[in-house]
Design a protein around this ligand. Structure first.
Ligand code: PEP
Ligand code: MN
Length: 337
């Protein structure tokens, strides 16, 4: 429920209603705005109705939140959330480009590509140390050694880092070495992990599951928010459809839809969305045009030797070309690069 107070309502009156909500066993929300105070009450709608909050003289109106997800909804917060880590901000005026290899493979591989993406304008470095691979025989990632290399790259280049956490048991080392925790597509509905990253308060980049609906993605974000962490970036990374020409089908509908329904920032992953190097730049331009807050792209200076996802990695010159070609699209969308 959203409880809109009259413009002259005081903080004291708001407090009284909030404690009534809490006493009834519901979760109270306090959302002071420029013109008026708005309150929220989350929980069993039947209990809420019995409270008759509209009978308070300071209350202008009481309306239900129509969606299943609540805290991440634009109905609860109209303005955009900006998620910050290091010098990076996702959801603000600047279109954020997060780039780096699929996997951290060695110091030389990570540092060399990190320097290139930084030089051309990336605001954060990505790189997987724990890799969710379809086959158990494929490279599984460097583990903690990979995290330490990410940390070193950050110290040397000043680029904050994004890396995937696959299990709750990895949380301590992830929090020690990494700035933003990625929840991969395969783990979007791992509720224990969602709660753990929610309790950690570290920024989270939440990827859409391979076959997840938009509502399921938003409810996964709601788990993180409900556990106490509002620093969530949503990521559209393509979904599985009947189409086989590309690795996945990048759902740009979802981006436009999400921007209307949630205040959380939304980024696009055109690398996993297409699986084809030559399609990454056009789909990045499309992401900027449709109103995404940024992109997360894979890049490798020697893709033929990459230990994972080499066929979708942008080479150094292609990354430079990406940044050049993005600019007019980002500016047309009213943002800066
Ligand atoms: C990745 O970012 O390398 C990755 C494994 O992504 P996803 O979870 O979207 O497949
Ligand atoms: Mn990858």
């Amino acid at each position: 429920m959203i409880i809109v107070l009259k413009p002259n309502a005081t903080a004291e009156q708001a407090k009284e209603i909030l404690s009534r909500i809490e006493q009834a066993g519901l979760k109270p929300l306090y959302m002071p705005g420029v013109e008026r105070i708005v309150l929220g009450a989350l929980g069993d709608e039947r209990i809420l109705q019995q409270l008759h909050l509209d009978a308070y003289p300071c209350v202008e109106n009481v309306k239900p939140i129509l969606t299943k997800y609540k805290m991440v909804s634009r109905e609860v917060q109209a303005h955009d959330t900006v998620v910050r880590f290091g010098n990076a901000a996702v959801g603000g005026e600047k279109f954020a480009v997060i780039a780096g290899p699929c996997s951290v493979e060695s110091e030389e591989q990570l540092m060399s590509v990190a320097e290139v993406v930084k030089k051309h304008g990336a605001v954060a470095l990505r790189g997987g140390a724990y890799k969710p691979r379809t086959s158990p025989y494929d490279f599984q990632g460097m583990g903690v050694d990979g995290l330490k290399l990410l940390h070193k790259a950050k110290q040397q280049l000043g680029l904050p880092t994004v890396s995937e956490v696959m299990e709750v048991s990895q949380m301590d080392s992830m929090c020690e070495y990494v700035d933003c925790l990625q929840i991969g597509a395969r783990n979007m509905q791992n509720y224990a992990l969602l709660k753990a990253v929610g309790e950690s308060k570290k920024p989270v980049l939440l990827k859409r599951g391979l076959s997840a609906t938009i509502e399921e993605l938003l409810l996964a974000a709601e788990y993180i928010y409900d556990a106490g962490n509002p620093n969530i970036i949503l990521c559209e990374r393509g979904i599985r459809t009947y189409e086989t020409a590309t690795r996945n089908t990048l759902d740009l509908n979802a981006v436009a839809y999400l921007k209307q329904r949630t205040h959380l920032p939304v980024v696009v992953d055109p690398s996993h969305g297409t699986g084809v190097r030559e399609l990454v730049i056009p789909l990045s331009r499309a992401a900027a045009a449709v109103g995404a807050d940024g992109i997360i792209v894979e890049s490798h200076l020697n893709p033929c030797e990459a230990l994972s996802d080499g066929h979708q990695a942008l080479t150094g010159p292609m990354f430079k070309q990406l940044m050049q070609e993005l600019k007019p699209f980002v500016e047309a969308a009213g943002r800066t690069l």
